[in-house]
Ligand binder design. Sequence first.
Ligand SMILES: [Zn+2]
Length: 158
Amino acid sequence: MKGNCWRIGKICRNLVLYYANSTQYCSKVRRTGKKMMSAENKHIGKKKKELVLILVILAVSALLYAGTRIIFSKPPMRVEISVDGTVIETLDLNKDTELTVEGWNDGTNHVVIKDGTVHVTEASCPDKVCVNQGTIRRTGEAIICLPNRMIARITGGE
Ligand SMILES: [Zn+2]
């Protein structure tokens, strides 16, 4: 009986030791697992921070772009159409329009304003210099039709 008791006691102690070891092991695993999780979270956090930073940069650049567009935007440019030295029409360059200008000696020029440019599509003049001149878009540029004494000039915009 005495030997049996001792043996049982030994087994019990071993069991306790085993239990203690296993719990220690478990807690170790749990701890390292936690560490790994937090590292992953940190990584995700970093990514999130980067994303926020990118968004902030994008927002700031968009605001700057809008600001400069407003501050440095040129006043609307105009198209002055004159016949024989007299301005007969002043049009907005930024508004698409078409008109037939009745010039000198019943001559006609079909002036088209489109996308901030001016050009003459049709003219009654024999030389067609005004039509061949193509499009103008900058301030001070002009399409001149000498036979019809018609000038379409871009003004403003400074
Ligand atoms: Zn012409």
